[in-house]
Design a protein around this ligand. Structure first.
Ligand SMILES: [Ca+2]
Ligand SMILES: [Ca+2]
Length: 197
């Protein structure tokens, strides 16, 4: 009996430990486009080309990245959603043409409210794909989306193109009720084991 109780107790400790380890920063690729200012076409260079893991592996005008419709002369944006809302701390924006064009980033909360979390100078250099990784103070709200602002005048000889975007943040820890349910489950397990004997 003592052995079983010990086993259950260590299982509980493991479950708790694995819940707390969620405090580590996770990274997830965008899985939905919620809005955009323009796109070069509905196929190649469309807003959808930003979704998922990177698939543009050289620098240049390549259709597996999103390009706004105009080459120059506009302020553009793309809004993206992610599978899991997190307390966000940063983003990875993979720039593959006209690099250095991001001017601002908003984090979107669960009520679709946008809050500016980053603005400044994007130092990404032209010539090769760059993973631009701006960071900000961890948001107090769960971030379910990002709105990324693009200046198409950054490079007058190129379209400004984004291959992929990842959201980085801390996943919420389970609610106290979750722990209570876990505890009840473990007690049930213990009781079932007792009956067997
Ligand atoms: Ca341009
Ligand atoms: Ca892509």
């Amino acid at each position: 009996m003592k052995m079983n109780a010990l086993r259950v107790a260590s299982l509980a400790a493991l479950l708790l430990a694995s819940s707390y380890s969620n405090a580590a920063i996770s990274s997830q690729w965008a899985n939905g486009v919620t809005d955009f200012s323009s796109q070069w076409s509905t196929g190649s260079w469309s807003a959808q080309q930003v979704l998922g893991a990177p698939d543009t592996f050289s620098y240049g005008d390549i259709g597996s990245a999103w390009a706004p419709a105009p080459m120059n002369g506009s302020q553009e944006f793309i809004s993206l959603s992610f599978a899991e809302a997190v307390y966000s701390v940063g983003a990875l924006i993979r720039e593959t043409y006209g690099n250095g064009f991001v001017t601002r980033i908003d984090a979107i909360d669960s009520n679709n409210q946008a809050f500016a979390v980053w603005s400044g100078t994007d130092t990404s250099q032209a010539g090769a794909p760059v993973d631009f990784m701006p960071t900000w103070s961890q948001t107090s709200f769960l971030t379910k989306g990002l709105k990324i602002y693009v200046n198409t005048n950054h490079n007058l000889g190129a379209w400004e193109e984004i291959d992929a975007v990842a959201l980085q943040g801390v996943a919420p820890v389970p609610e106290p009720e979750t722990y209570a349910l876990m505890g009840m489950g473990l007690l049930g397990l213990l009781a079932a084991r007792r009956k067997k004997r």
